[in-house]
Design a protein around this ligand. Structure first.
Ligand SMILES: Cc1cc2nc3c(=O)[nH]c(=O)nc-3n(C[C@H](O)[C@H](O)[C@H](O)COP(=O)(O)O)c2cc1C
Length: 289
């Protein structure tokens, strides 16, 4: 625009980032403004430092700063989404994310994780099968426990706060038996997400195998954020492992770890604004000098 107004200054004009435009944040969420500021600041510092064309090493340094900033915002903006818009997700995006997620570490490179990606008619059939069992009074019977037998008070209170907070954000009180049942039933319809991922392992899995499995869905969830998608991991759904195995013909030798509801989040839904607070660093880090 500057060059269009005063073409004679063309030789003295340069792009701040020679590889492309700075993000236009107008009308975008706060996060985009922050990234825009960081982008401009990084390239300005470089320009003032060198007062000439940046060297390839300088360019690489600034690119690394930008990548880090984007990466941290992906991590910190991932929170559970429990309401989704009615919009299909392109299989190409899912493939890209699942390929990247498999770069997760695993001991001896075992890569034990397996994931069933369920969409369309099969997703409907699975949701129906789970809800039918639930409505018949069949309670969750998970393949493994995800709660320590005893929890300390702080952890217990945090779990209670989330158990209260999610239904409250949905506009129900959550304390009544009926509200708790409605919430579990909502889980079993995957909160309306168009894609459901079921993560599973061999039944012979030991605690270490479950730990390794965890890195993979975390990568998937971060990849989803990077591509503008939302998700919610669900242990509640794994409580119906027998039905999942039967519907998806997974084989009885498989252990259902959890499901992941995936889709474009409905950002107008109050439940999607529920973000539990994180404990301060001092509560979970001890430094050993
Ligand atoms: C293994 C696992 C199982 C979970 N199961 C459920 C679930 O069944 N239903 C649900 O709504 N959220 C479930 N969650 C989401 C947690 O409640 C959520 O991660 C936690 O409250 C922190 O909130 P945030 O992820 O939005 O930051 C699960 C999370 C994990 C890691």
């Amino acid at each position: 625009m500057v060059i269009a107004m005063a073409p004679q200054i063309t030789p003295r004009t340069f792009c701040r980032d020679q590889a492309g435009d700075v993000l236009d944040p107008v009308g975008q969420p706060l996060e985009v403004y922050r990234r825009c500021v960081q982008h401009i600041r990084a390239w300005s510092e470089l320009r003032y430092a060198s007062c000439s064309a940046p060297s390839p090493a300088d360019v690489q340094r600034v690119r690394a700063i930008q990548t880090q900033q984007d990466f941290f915002s992906v991590i910190t903006s991932r929170h559970c989404k429990r309401a989704f818009v009615d919009q299909a997700v392109s299989p190409a995006i899912l493939i890209e994310i699942l390929r990247a997620a498999a770069h997760a570490p695993s001991s001896h490179d075992a890569q034990m994780w397996r994931v069933a990606v369920v969409t369309g008619e099969t997703r409907e059939m699975l949701a129906r099968a789970l809800r039918t069992r639930f409505d018949e009074g069949i309670g969750p019977q998970p393949d493994y426990s995800n709660r320590a037998v005893t929890l300390d008070d702080v952890v217990e209170e945090r779990a209670r706060a989330t158990a209260r907070g999610v239904p409250l954000a949905k506009g129900t009180d959550g304390r009544s038996q009926a509200a708790r049942r409605a919430h579990l039933r909502d889980n079993l319809r995957f909160y309306g997400a168009p894609v459901v991922m079921i993560f599973h392992l061999p039944r012979s899995a030991v605690p270490g195998t479950l730990l390794e499995m965890g890195f993979f869905p975390q990568n998937v969830m971060l990849g989803l954020v990077a591509r503008g998608l939302g998700s919610c991991p669900q242990y509640s759904v794994a409580g119906y492992g027998e039905a999942i195995r039967a519907e998806l013909k997974l084989g009885t030798d498989r252990l259902t770890v959890c499901s992941l509801a995936v889709g474009y989040a409905d950002e107008t839904a109050p439940v999607n604004r529920f973000v539990p607070e994180r404990a301060p660093l001092k509560d979970y880090v001890q430094w050993h000098d």
